[in-house]
Design a protein around this ligand. Structure first.
Ligand SMILES: Nc1ncnc2c1ncn2[C@@H]1O[C@H](COP(=O)(O)OP(=O)(O)O)[C@@H](O)[C@H]1O
Ligand SMILES: [Mg+2]
Length: 354
């Protein structure tokens, strides 16, 4: 493992490549364009470049260009003078000046409106600009890193992004892979976030393992590490302590694993039959068995997004039996008498179709 300072967790060869790239480019002053889907860690990559560079002790400034309304972006980046526009009650320096001596990350750079792209190009070439409402030229010493989840070449084709600016930004492109392209990092990220949120919130959820980890590795993570981080936070907070099981996962996460995992042989041994001890005073067998049954039915419904056809298939029972059980628990209201047709009279056909 390379000795670079970074908050990036991961051991896959894909992430090792990123570490190597960070190490190389942090020694240079070149402009870097970080490309990758949302939530892949682009901001952490940029921060690692800064932290391992000669500028590490100098300012680190992040601007999310998509989050700032385009009419305010110019003043935000370059500052403004008092009276430059309504609401500008005093002089204010912009982010480029705040970053002087250090590094600026322009996140979501594709969202910079065309008229500002020319000004940005000039900053890249000369490090000079004027703040809004001023004619005085300011010069800064800033390393510029940009990031985007959009295809900039496509934006250039569509004339939404200046071609000259694109080439100027794209001196060193760094592609951050999606999480599904480096699934081997998922278990270590899961461990990292469970520990982090346990610590942050004073909970004591057990490390995730077995089937649940397999399900998390099988999932495609469209929101990448950010989605995984948010899910771990939610599980830790809602669970509080003990072991997380498959039933705690949202249906979308569980779905792919449930569909792909081998059926038949071995399927039964994958779950444990509850080992109950009969209390000396005895117990109410019927209510215990009902509770057990309801627990499994609820899991089947959760897993199938409330689809009664599929839930009854998983439970290898008749759909009508399942529906009847739900009706007894008051989870389905019976059909009003007047809308019964001869075929479904008597409750043979489920009135709420899916
Ligand atoms: N490899 C990683 N290790 C640890 N945390 C990560 C990693 N990649 C992303 N994160 C976390 O995921 C979230 C999203 O990362 P971020 O850098 O903002 O993504 P992006 O800028 O690509 O949308 C952040 O909270 C970040 O700390
Ligand atoms: Mg980002």
């Amino acid at each position: 493992m390379l000795m670079i300072r970074s908050q990036l967790v991961g051991e896959s060869s894909a992430i090792q490549n990123i570490f190597q790239t960070i190490e190389k480019i942090s020694q240079t002053e070149s402009t870097v364009l970080i490309i990758g889907e949302s939530g892949t860690g682009k901001e952490l990559v940029a921060k690692a470049i800064h932290d391992n560079s000669a500028r590490a002790q100098k300012p680190w400034v992040v601007v999310n260009c998509a989050a700032i309304p385009s009419e305010l972006l110019e003043a935000e980046l370059f500052g403004h003078t008092k009276g430059a526009f309504t609401g500008a009650t005093q002089n204010r320096i912009g982010r480029f000046e705040m970053a002087n001596g250090g590094t600026i990350l322009l996140d979501e750079v594709a969202e910079i409106p065309l008229h500002l792209q020319a000004k940005l190009l000039r900053v890249l070439q000369t490090k000079q600009f004027e703040s809004v409402g001023s004619s005085k030229t300011v010069e800064v010493d800033v390393r510029i890193i940009t990031a985007t989840n959009r295809d900039l070449e496509d934006a250039v084709q569509k004339k939404e992004f200046r071609e000259d600016l694109y080439y100027r930004l794209n001196v060193i492109p760094v592609k951050v892979p999606s999480l599904r392209e480096r699934r081997s990092d998922i278990p270590i990220l899961v461990k990292h976030f469970v520990e982090k949120f346990n610590q942050m919130t004073g909970r004591s959820v057990e490390p995730l393992s077995g089937q649940i980890l397999e399900a998390l590795v099988a999932y495609d993570w469209p929101g990448n590490v950010r989605e995984l981080e948010n899910l771990m936070e939610r599980l830790v907070i809602l669970k509080g302590q003990g072991t997380v099981d498959l039933g705690d996962l949202p249906h979308r996460v569980f779905k792919k694993y449930a569909e792909e995992r081998p059926q038949g042989e071995g399927a039964l041994s994958e779950w444990e039959f509850p080992r109950m001890v009969l209390p000396t005073q005895g117990l109410d067998l019927k209510s215990i068995v009902d509770a057990f049954e309801n627990h499994l039915i609820d899991q089947a419904l959760a897993r199938t997004g409330n689809n009664k056809n599929r839930a009854s298939e998983i439970l290898k029972m008749n759909r009508t039996t399942l529906v009847e059980k739900l009706r007894k628990r008051g989870l389905i209201t019976p059909l009003a008498k007047k809308s019964l047709t001869p075929e479904n009279e008597g409750g043979q056909v489920e009135p709420i179709s899916q």
